[in-house]
Design a protein around this ligand. Structure first.
Ligand SMILES: Nc1ncnc2c1ncn2[C@@H]1O[C@H](COP(=O)(O)OP(=O)(O)OP(=O)(O)O)[C@@H](O)[C@H]1O
Length: 225
């Protein structure tokens, strides 16, 4: 499903964010990305989503080579990928419903079918009764759940989450992780970056540990290498 083969990523200015990464994530697998700040976790997720391209090496996502994928093919690839990134902010000039509707509008879906899908996504994250609420009136945990609803409304087969429990307390973090667990149970492939030791202990899965852009080890059933 996702395969990295000797991947390097150098940003303009010469900074090498990823060095010689090789690993695979199987279809339906849930995998954590761990490592200190600046270790390269976000960069790795951006390569999978074709937000960035590798400087060298191969990144295969659903059979597509991200290094050589044509720009015109990227929207099609992204329809299969749900992104929960810290810089993907909610829009505060519209309702929760309309925030989740946006990706479907961009894809040109029929309005009635879209409305059904939006409500199904809001239901999955427990926000169906808040559809008319402006996100500004939601708690941090609810806003994060709304971001998840927006990421899954396209029914992606891969979910990429960058520090999804970053600023949340334990109760909200567990809620978010239980939502991810339910996606994992229905076969979605998940790649989740986290610093949160509690989450790694409570929701064990394979972890890829990055240190200064290099992969340290892949450990089954534990968060840290
Ligand atoms: N667009 C960019 N241009 C130049 N350098 C960048 C860019 N994005 C990231 N970097 C650098 O690449 C390295 C890896 O950054 P990245 O954001 O991938 O790390 P991270 O592990 O996600 O960190 P954090 O946990 O703080 O989000 C850092 O040194 C960062 O400064």
């Amino acid at each position: 499903m996702i395969k990295f083969n000797q991947v390097y990523k150098r940003y303009p200015g010469g900074h090498e964010a990823l060095k010689n990464l090789s690993f695979e994530v199987a279809e339906g697998e849930m995998v954590y990305l761990t490592g200190h700040s600046g270790a390269g976790k976000s960069t790795l997720l951006k390569l999978v989503a074709a937000i960035e391209r590798p400087s060298s090496g191969g990144v295969l996502v659903k059979g597509q080579n991200i290094r050589s994928i044509k720009s015109a093919a990227i929207p099609h690839l992204r329809r299969n990928i749900g992104l929960i990134f810290q810089d993907h902010k909610l829009l505060f000039d519209r309702s929760a419903f309309d925030n989740v509707m946006l990706p479907l509008q961009i894809c040109g879906f029929d309005h009635r079918e879209s409305a059904k899908r939006v409500r199904a996504a809001l239901d999955k994250v427990g926000l169906l009764d808040r559809e008319k609420t402006n996100p500004i009136a939601l708690s941090g945990g609810e806003q994060q759940r709304l971001c998840i609803a927006r990421a899954i409304v396209n029914r992606p087969t891969i979910l990429l989450a960058d520090e999804p429990t970053g600023n949340l307390d334990t109760e909200y973090s567990n809620e978010i992780m239980n939502i991810f667990k339910s996606f994992h149970q229905v076969g979605v492939t998940l790649l989740i970056s986290t610093h949160d030791e509690g989450i790694l202990r409570q929701f064990p899965a394979r972890a890829l540990h990055l240190k200064k852009g290099e992969l340290q080890a892949a450990v089954a059933g534990s968060g840290q290498a």
